[in-house]
Design a binder for this molecule. Structure first.
Ligand SMILES: Cc1ncc(COP(=O)(O)O)c(C=O)c1O
Length: 430
């Protein structure tokens, strides 16, 4: 493809697609100027751009590809399913089989309901909780950036266009690992809190019995506890992060971590609550044309089989531990501990760039730009089963060059002059 055609493609994408991408976090303003603009194909933990240039991928489909792109074993099962038809007028046998498997696997699953997006299942959990409790208010964790593209969540962000203003008053925020910030909300709104929705953890892991105490408060107040395991689910533990801490929420949601990049999402929870979405219930709970289609369902079934047989979460944890300790060694050695941190569960490390307690977007941009010069796309750290020793070695070698360079730029105040294009921006400014 010559550069004229490529430029046309980029221009046309922006002409016909708002933001030029169907997910804001895939858009141009999230990446440095030297990032590949389009992906033409991917395999394992590598992808190729429109110029057939290969990159080591740490984005992995915004954390959804946990085993590897175009995995032969999973794709073979999906292709077999496609040949038997994908969308029927009565439920398929596959739906029941996966439902049974998930009920056996996930501690909080008494019943399950399928959809295609994480946003759909978290929104369904909110609707169910509001109905079950007869209450309106939702509590979420301020440090956790995203649960859904639906109104209940977006109302409380910096982009609430098109959503009735009062909806933002129905979402309250507490601070992770700060139990008194949660208690205060319950004190100020007695008998009004329908649910607490939270990821079991993000960059900060729970301290002591924090998650247990959240659950106790919810039980005491008659509030539904929802764990959003869209990312943690199956990445950090094959039974969900709820198993790591032995805290079983009333409802939980799964998505990105369970079907190796195929569209699949799951709401699961206590039978007593889930049944309100049944035949006799009043809740219209997740009913979509593609809710039972065979591709995502087969991919999830195959993905669970693969993860169990190959101990995938354990692999990701070990890889992450080695990467985190190399990062930390370099950060300390080059005097960047005030400016760069890496934390979180080893299977889901989070790298942060800081200036005066806020995200240092200039440094983040420069970091990504320099990693790309080594053929590595690292806008986040999404480890998969396909990231093996060779990839770890090459990543560490790139970091050995990039981190000292960043340190020099911080010391000499030359970050911006080394940038080859615009500074990346957050999707929400809050
Ligand atoms: C924690 C969490 N919950 C929910 C969602 C929404 O999932 P989806 O993008 O599949 O709608 C995301 C997506 O980024 C997420 O990270």
């Amino acid at each position: 493809m010559n550069s004229q055609t490529k430029n046309n493609y980029h221009r046309r994408a922006h002409q016909f697609i708002p933001a030029g991408a169907h997910t804001y976090s895939r858009a141009d303003d999230q990446f440095p100027a030297n990032a590949p603009k389009f992906v033409s194909r991917a395999k394992g933990c590598y992808f190729w751009d429109e110029n057939d240039q290969r990159y080591l991928d740490y984005g992995m489909g915004i954390l959804s590809v946990t085993i590897g792109h175009a995995n032969d074993e999973i794709n073979a099962r999906v292709k077999e399913a496609i040949d038997k038809g994908t969308c029927f007028s009565r439920p398929s046998i596959l739906e029941g089989e996966l439902a049974e498997k998930l009920n056996a696997l996930i501690p909080s699953a008494g019943m399950v309901k399928f959809a295609k997006n994480g946003s759909d299942v978290t929104s369904a959990a909110i609707r169910l909780a509001r109905h079950y409790t007869g209450r309106k208010l939702i509590i979420r964790c301020r440090q956790q950036p995203f649960h859904s593209f639906n109104d209940w969540f977006i109302a409380s962000t910096s982009r609430p266009g098109g959503i009735p203003g009062e909806m933002k008053d129905w979402v309250l925020g507490f601070d992770y690992n700060n139990i008194s910030s949660l208690e205060t909300l319950f004190d100020h709104h007695p008998g009004q809190i329908a649910c607490v929705i939270m990821e079991p953890f993000t960059n900060e892991l729970p301290q002591g019995d924090f998650l247990d105490r959240v659950k106790s408060i919810c039980e005491k107040e008659g509030t539904v506890l929802i764990f959003d395991e869209i990312i943690t689910g199956f990445r950090t533990h094959i039974k969900g992060a709820q198993s790591l801490y032995n805290v079983v929420p009333h409802l939980s949601t799964f998505g990105k971590g369970i079907a190796n990049g195929f569209p699949m999402a799951v709401l699961c929870g206590k039978k007593e609550i889930m049944e309100h979405g049944g035949m006799q219930g009043e809740v219209f709970l997740l009913s979509c044309t593609y809710g039972g289609e065979s591709i995502g369902i087969t991919a999830a079934t195959a993905c669970i089989d693969f993860m169990l047989a190959n101990k995938v979460p354990e692999h990701m944890g070990k890889y992450g531990e080695a990467l985190i300790s190399h990062f930390r060694m370099l950060i300390d050695k080059h005097g960047l501990s005030e400016t760069m941190t890496i934390s979180g569960h080893p299977a889901r490390p989070e790298l942060r760039f800081l200036k005066n307690g806020k995200t240092h977007f200039e440094l983040k941009t420069l970091f990504m730009q320099k990693m790309l010069e080594h053929g590595i796309l690292m806008e986040r750290i999404a480890i998969s089963f396909s990231h093996q020793q060779n990839e770890l070695k090459n990543t560490m070698a790139a970091l050995d060059e990039v981190i000292p360079f960043l340190s020099l730029c911080v010391q000499n105040h030359t970050i911006e002059q080394n940038l080859s294009g615009p500074i990346v921006r957050p999707v929400f400014t809050f």
